[in-house]
Design a protein around this ligand. Structure first.
Ligand code: GAP
Length: 513
């Protein structure tokens, strides 16, 4: 068993050792919070994206796709509010010189208070056993009440200071709460400053005429500025959605937590355009849809939770996060936002072009409201990868490291081994590979003992291994070994495709869950 403390380290080192994730430009000592995906990583990533795309676009007749450019006209970011408001409040510790996000310091303080309350509840649960009444305990125990109140007050004060742009108030709060730097242990803080997260670049070589551009910090704006192009050409009627997968860039201050918080990352976003006044109904609809999408991957219910926003972004009238239990605790995996008509109206004002919908039935023309679902591809990768990684104690006293990835996302679907490298067995194994490779990512391996080959495939998450032995020559059958149960079954070579179809077909997978 990998304990929680070591889990994150195990995830990072396993990802590197087995070709999933490398630090970017590692030979030059890497680049902070930028990562490259290796041969297994790129397959897993591709499968996550395909699973999202099929679920959102292919299964919904009223959602279409888009692939907008990363570089956009700079007015885009004025309209969207990113130039004026896409800031993080940062604070430095004068002794360690370490930089923090001021809001995150307060949020972590509040989370620690809640954890303390939870510890009291767990202790009482143990003490009183079946007679324990949690509801009563939580509402009457003085210590639990105090911890929750401290957490709530801290968040409320942070929210109101940020909403009124009171940076001094944020610093005062940090000092009052006694928050200390984790490196120096001191509370010797600078003032809080706002820091814009967009990366700047330039279009054109001539200094006089060059235009300042930004690398997009979210893919959403590419969808908004194309609203009319897409609506007119695809003849979509409201309600309808536009989906997009693409890179986004943010100059993050706190660059930690591996691929969780990067400066270059990918988003899978969908903007769903609805009639004004109906947005909260659709907000609830998409909360449920997205929750069930995550659950369809087979992780435990208790690994997810909703976290409604205390502080709404400048464009939203409702927002929630789907949080996932990462190795470092519950953190945001996906955001679901009711963005009102903020973006379309702002682009209309700045561009002078109409971004409206004309309803041919009611003859009404209006600016639609928008529900957004936005999930970080890299965070999905980390969620799936970290939950799947297990160290298992086997009956013979040995341990195995196994990546129990949902089979539909596994980089390699099937590995084919000849038992020995002679007597025609490699040829039969190669024939199977040649036949299956058209539909699945297949791997041939004839090195080492079969046991070792199983271990190698367990470590990269291959759900099925097939061994060709002497019986294969006479009976045209093979052994299939299942990664999770390690169970082995004898089946005919001709039945392999049916088995893989049952286990890996998108429809079978979704309908089974
Ligand atoms: N268009 C809305 C938007 O961009 P967001 O909450 O800032 O909202 C959406 O980002 C999702 O993008 C997050 O839930 C997260 O999964 C992912 N994300 C955001 N910043 C990230 C970063 N620095 N590294 C990796 N993923 C990130």
């Amino acid at each position: 068993m990998i304990d929680t403390e070591n889990k994150f380290k195990a995830v990072v080192s396993h990802a590197k050792e087995y070709g999933f994730v490398f630090a970017s430009s590692e030979i030059y000592d890497g680049l902070g919070a930028v990562y490259d995906y290796g041969p297994n990583g790129v397959e897993l990533k591709k499968n996550i994206k395909a699973y999202w795309w099929k679920s959102m676009v292919q299964l919904h007749q009223n959602i279409v796709g888009l692939d907008a450019a990363i570089l956009m006209h700079p007015k885009t970011w004025k309209a969207s509010g990113h130039i004026d408001a896409f800031n993080d409040p940062l604070i430095d510790n004068k002794d360690s010189k370490k930089r923090y996000r001021a809001d995150v310091l307060v949020e972590e303080y509040a989370e620690k208070r809640r954890q303390k309350a939870q510890k009291e509840i767990d202790k009482a649960k143990k003490r009183y056993g079946a007679a324990f009444n949690e509801q009563e305990f939580v509402t009457t125990n003085k210590r639990v009440l105090r911890y929750y109140q401290e957490a709530d007050t801290a968040i409320q004060r942070l929210t109101s200071a940020l909403e009124s742009d009171d940076l001094k108030g944020v610093k005062d709060l940090i000092v009052e709460l006694g928050i200390k730097c984790s490196v120096s242990g001191s509370a010797n803080w600078t003032d809080v400053k706002q820091f814009n997260l967009m990366f700047k670049t330039q279009l054109g070589a001539d200094a006089e005429t060059a235009m300042d551009l930004y690398l997009r910090p979210e893919t959403a704006q590419g969808i908004f500025v194309n609203f009319s192009n897409v609506q007119n050409t695809s003849r979509m009627k409201i309600p309808f959605g536009i989906a997009q997968i693409g890179k986004a860039f943010r100059n993050e201050i706190v660059a930690r937590q591996f691929v969780f918080r990067q400066r270059e990352f990918e988003q899978m976003e969908m903007q769903f355009f609805v009639r004004p006044g109906e947005e909260l109904k659709w907000f609830e609809y998409w909360k449920k849809e997205r929750e069930s999408w995550h659950r369809s991957l087979g992780f435990k219910t208790e690994d997810y939770r909703f976290h409604p926003h205390d502080k709404l972004a400048h464009y939203a009238n409702a927002a929630t996060d789907i949080e996932f239990n990462f190795p470092f605790g519950f953190k945001e995996l996906e955001g679901i936002h009711s963005r009102t008509d903020f973006d379309l109206s702002a682009h209309e004002r700045l561009s002078g072009k109409k971004l409206q919908f004309f309803d041919p039935e009611t003859k009404e023309r209006y600016t639609p409201y928008v529900i957004e679902t936005s999930v970080g591809m890299d965070r999905m990768f980390l969620a799936v990868f970290s939950k799947a990684l297990e160290e298992e104690q086997l009956d013979d006293g040995k341990t195995r490291t196994v990546l129990k990835l949902p089979a539909i996302l596994a980089p390699t679907k099937i590995a084919v081994f000849p038992l020995v490298k002679r007597d025609g067995l490699p040829e039969i194994a190669q024939e199977i590979v040649e036949d299956l490779k058209w539909d699945y990512q297949v791997l041939y391996d004839d090195k080492d003992t079969v046991g070792r080959r199983y271990r190698r495939q367990d470590a990269v998450g291959t759900p099925f291994c097939v061994t060709v032995d002497y019986e294969s020559k006479t009976e045209e059958s093979v052994t299939v070994r299942y990664r999770d149960s390690m169970e082995q079954k004898r089946i005919k070579i001709a039945e392999l495709k049916t088995l893989l179809h049952q286990e890996l077909d998108f429809r079978n997978w979704v309908e089974r869950k």
